[in-house]
Design a binder for this molecule. Structure first.
Ligand code: HEM
Length: 227
């Protein structure tokens, strides 16, 4: 059991994270023109709008929430006057809102891929795997949030330090021994998605177009500087 636990929560995470880092670097350096989100907006704009918007808002805030909640040790939150109880309560309710948005958005995106002929015709197996894996990750995460409303599990002293240990190269698989299966399934699904990410359209996540915020409104007109 403990060997299986070490395989799942030390060996597998490092395999997935190495594939994630090396895979992204390799793809970016060898095939930069393929590094994009493979937009399907030209084929169907109306069907895309709602799903893509609520999915992206939901998933981006879910990622930020995971970062703040799991990577920052509780002692720093304590110093800010946010104790573990308040932390968990906020994580549960905000997780419910952003998780529901991401899940609903994904369901709409998958429905669009299947129901619109021209979108289905241009959808690859890779797209289905990406959307299917994402759906599984978000659905298991959302299910954990919902069950957290009824049955509390102490994530802050188990999963959170385990994750920080993985990222700081001081892994401790024993922290995961008493974690309920529902969390383990979510974590293993996330690691699988991270390992698959470099081979999919998810690479676009790393190219946040921040310069877009500061670009000229009419891009083909030179900016005149009046003296
Ligand atoms: C960092 C900010 C992000 C930006 C600027 C961004 C931008 C985009 C754009 C422009 C598209 C193409 C939409 C179209 O078809 O025209 C797209 C699609 C997509 N994005 Fe993102 N994205 C971001 C983050 C994410 C994250 C964090 C995820 C998931 C973890 C994600 C997953 C997807 C998926 C699965 C699609 C394809 C949806 C479909 O066509 O069915 N994106 N994104």
């Amino acid at each position: 059991m403990s060997v299986l636990n070490t395989l799942a929560f030390v060996v597998f995470p490092y395999l997935a994270l190495t594939t994630f880092v090396v895979g992204h670097l390799y793809r970016y350096l060898t095939n930069p023109y393929d590094w994009n989100s493979k937009s399907s907006e030209l084929l169907d704009k109306e069907g895309l709008k709602i799903g893509i918007t609520i999915f992206h808002w939901g998933i981006i805030f879910a990622l930020l929430g995971h970062g703040a909640g799991l990577l920052i040790p509780q002692r720093y939150w304590d110093a800010l006057g946010i104790n573990s109880q308040a932390h968990t309560l906020f994580a549960t309710y905000s997780g419910f809102v952003v998780g529901a948005a991401a899940l609903l958005g994904l369901a709409l995106l998958i429905y669009r891929r299947i129901s619109k002929d021209r979108i289905l015709a241009t959808t690859t197996l890779n797209d289905f795997v990406t959307l299917g894996l994402l759906f599984f990750v978000v659905a298991t995460g959302f299910a954990n949030v919902v069950s957290g409303l009824f049955d509390h599990f102490d994530i802050l002293n188990t999963i959170a330090p385990w994750l920080r240990g993985i990222l700081t190269l001081t892994p401790d698989a024993s922290l995961m021994l008493k974690v309920p299966l529902r969390f383990k399934i979510h974590i293993l699904a996330v690691l699988t998605l991270l390992g698959f990410s470099p081979f999919s359209r998810l690479v676009h996540i790393w190219s946040v177009p921040l310069t877009y915020l500061f670009r000229r409104l009419i891009v083909f007109r030179r900016r005149e500087v009046s003296l």
